[in-house]
Design a protein around this ligand. Structure first.
Ligand code: ACM
Length: 264
C-alpha cells in the first residue's frame, strides 16, 4: 500500500479498508505501514512510537483480527522505555502473540532506531509455523536460514524496499530454505521537502518453497492478493532423493559465518 507519511489514522483506516475487502486466514502489512518511513531524526520517529500490545495501531488491528478470527502482521515503531525499534507484531483471534524487532537496520535507520535486541523466533499460527523478519533482513541470508532452522513454514516479511533487488532475491531465499514468504511492500514516495525523498518499489509478492512466484503486485497501486498454500510443502527439505537442504549443510566449513570479525 501507499502509506502517507505521518498520517497514522489515515493509514490505519486505509489498511483496514483494504483488508476488509478480502477474506484470509493471515494478513501481512508493510513495514512502518502506519507512520511512513522517511523520518528526519530519532526524535521524530520517537514521536510516533507505540507500546505493544496497547498502542492505538495494535488495538485497531487486533480488533480486526478478533472480529474476523484471523491473524495479522504489521510494521510499526515500537517504544520500550527509552528504546525505539522498527518492529512488527503478530496478533490473532485470541489477541497479541509476539513482536519482532528489526535486527538489520538499513541506512539512516541506524540514526533513528535501536537495533533489534531479541532473537528471531517462530510462532504457531494454527498448524503453521510462522517467522517474522523486516525488509533489509533479507540481504543477510542468515536471517531466513535461522527462521528455517527454527522450523518456520512461512516468513512474514513486512517491507519498505527502496533497492531493486529483494523481490527477485526472495525467490532464492525461499528455494534455498524451502519456505514460503510473504513480502508486503510499500508503494509511493515519502517526500519530506529539501530534496529529502525516498521512493518505494511496490511489487509485493508471495513466494513458494521451490522459488515460485505465487503472486506479485504491480509497482504503484494498492493491492491485496490472497494465495492458498499448503504449509506442509515447506517441511519437505528434500530437493531430490539425495539432497536435504538443511541436513546437507556442512557447518564445519562455514565457521567464519558465526565469527564475522575473524576474516582470515
Ligand atoms: C529497508 O530495510 N526498509 C530498506
Amino acid at each position: 500500500m501507499n502509506c502517507l507519511f505521518g498520517q497514522v489514522d489515515r493509514n490505519i483506516n486505509r489498511a483496514l479498508e483494504l483488508l476488509t475487502g478480502v477474506t484470509a486466514d493471515l494478513y501481512v502489512l508493510p513495514e512502518l505501514f502506519n507512520t511512513g518511513y522517511l523520518f528526519n531524526d530519532r526524535a521524530e520517529a520517537s514521536g510516533y512510537a507505540e507500546i505493544c500490545p496497547g498502542g492505538k495501531t495494535f488495538n485497531a488491528l487486533d480488533e480486526f483480527a478478533s472480529v474476523r478470527k484471523c491473524y495479522l502482521v504489521a510494521g510499526f515503531v515500537e517504544e520500550d522505555g527509552d528504546k525505539i525499534y522498527n518492529a512488527s507484531f503478530i496478533t490473532g483471534p485470541d489477541g497479541y502473540i509476539a513482536t519482532y524487532r528489526k535486527i538489520h537496520l538499513f541506512n539512516e535507520e541506524k540514526l533513528w532506531f535501536d537495533a533489534g535486541n531479541k532473537p528471531f523466533f517462530v510462532v504457531n499460527v494454527g498448524s503453521v509455523r510462522v517467522g517474522l523478519m523486516i525488509c533489509f533482513d533479507w540481504i543477510f541470508p542468515e536471517s531466513m536460514r535461522t527462521l528455517a532452522l527454527l522450523g518456520a513454514d512461512l516468513v512474514c516479511h513486512s517491507a519498505n524496499l527502496v533497492l531493486p533487488f529483494c523481490q527477485n532475491a526472495m525467490l532464492t531465499r525461499c528455494l534455498e530454505n524451502s519456505l514460503f514468504a510473504i513480502t508486503a511492500n510499500r508503494t509511493g514516495c515519502d517526500d519530506r521537502g529539501n530534496n529529502r525523498q525516498l521512493a518505494f518499489t511496490g511489487m509485493s509478492q508471495i513466494t513458494g518453497p521451490r522459488g515460485e512466484q505465487l503472486c506479485r503486485a504491480d509497482r504503484d497501486s494498492d493491492c491485496v492478493q490472497v494465495v492458498d498454500i499448503n504449509p506442509y510443502q515447506a517441511r519437505n527439505k528434500f530437493l531430490n532423493q539425495y539432497n536435504d537442504l538443511l541436513a546437507d549443510r556442512r557447518p564445519d566449513f562455514y565457521k567464519l559465518v558465526n565469527d564475522p570479525l575473524n576474516r582470515n
